[in-house]
Design a protein around this ligand. Sequence first.
Ligand code: HEM
Length: 453
Amino acid sequence: MLTSSMKKTFQPMASGKFPVIGHYLNFRKSPFHFFQKHTAEQKDLFWFDLFGRKFLVLNHPEAIKHVLINKAKNYTRKPNYQFLEELLGEGLLTTEGEIWKQKRRLAQPFFNKEQMDGLFGIIENSAINFWKERKENQLFDLEEEMSHLALSMLTDSILQAEMDFHFDEIKKHLHFASKHLTTKRFKAFNWQKKLPTKIRKQGLASIEILKEIVAQIIENREKSEHLHNDLLAMYMSTSDVDTGKKLNAEEILDEVMTMFVAGHETTSVVLTWSMVLLHQHPNIFEKVKSEIDGNFQGQPLNGEELKNFPYLKMCIQESMRLYPPVWGFGRKALEEDEIMGIPVPKGVNVNIPVLFLHRNPSYWEKPLTFYPEHFLEEAVKNRDKLAYIPFSAGQHRCIGEYFSLVEVQIALIHLIKNYQYQIELPKTLDLELLVTIKPQFPISFELTPRKSS
Ligand code: HEM
């Protein structure tokens, strides 16, 4: 319960607040326009209100550092990810405190640069097969195809041996499960979340099936004598350095589900926007193409090789600046606090609108332009590190950061080396801000093999 002195603290408050509902109508109508208007008006920090629930928006690196790093213990992420628990159980994304720490310690080595060597070949084969299977001169839906490509690379890396048998099922059921969880997340009232809708029924059934598939794979692997070289094998063989404890089947299942959910749509979104932006900027595309033609002759792409494509990497980073897949996320204050002079009562939510921070003119030379030079070494050095956070920051910084960058680089190198692609954009490129940031209308694309390849 907030006292009257605390009520006075909710300043500065975003304009356009109504009694009872607060900013609900405008927020609901278009989160994009809501944040765009208020981040421009208020600049750094401001409050908004949804049916009395107060949110403090942090559009300043210092405030973000405070919440994600300096006072991270006071800000829980649990309420933000609770909607995923039905599918993820107690995985790395849905736990906190000691349990989370143990899980992170166990998983971290698999995702380190040095340890990922074994996965490069798997990712590359997956990308090669994907592009080969696309027919020439046929119109494809870009978002759907990039979702398929991202899921192939991810599923291959997690469960390589079983992938051929289960890919279509995993794809279908992940789709229904995500649709149910996302729909549930955006319902304003708890009672709405439990209504027996078709989406909910289908989603719950798909969650059961997904869990059965993965549990069966784990059981078969436990009995098998074959050696595997994928993420599941790593999870099954590892034990905690301090306690020596291994993960049980249920814990492994939760981690596999977490990787599917955290690593699928996010990577797909980077692929989609990178392709769109390169298409929209032919001069930049030509520079990427000559970098690839000059440095890629079909040799296996490993960590060392990928260093030869710095401009491509800058383009991908810039694409994640303009269209960060996780466009915003939040925390809840466990105790009263103060952020940059603004009193923060216990229990309120803080919101980090990554998309708008990434377009904040205070930190970017050309905030709304696709300008890969934002990621030249010198520019990065001179900018506040917390002005660019597509993978978050602090203790919960994305564990799959390097992994996903490798996936996107490999996929784009094979695309651009072997094909020309044409994209047909809708008249307006409006954004849909759900868990990730997607184009609101379908975008189609077509592949033609490059003559020289
Ligand atoms: C471009 C692709 C990706 C983006 C933009 C992205 C973004 C993020 C962000 C923003 C967070 C932190 C959210 C917060 O602080 O509340 C996060 C956490 C996480 N991500 Fe990613 N992610 C990507 C790919 C992946 C991949 C490929 C995997 C795994 C295979 C993965 C696994 C995770 C996990 C397990 C966490 C929770 C980490 C922890 O709390 O310890 N992500 N990701």
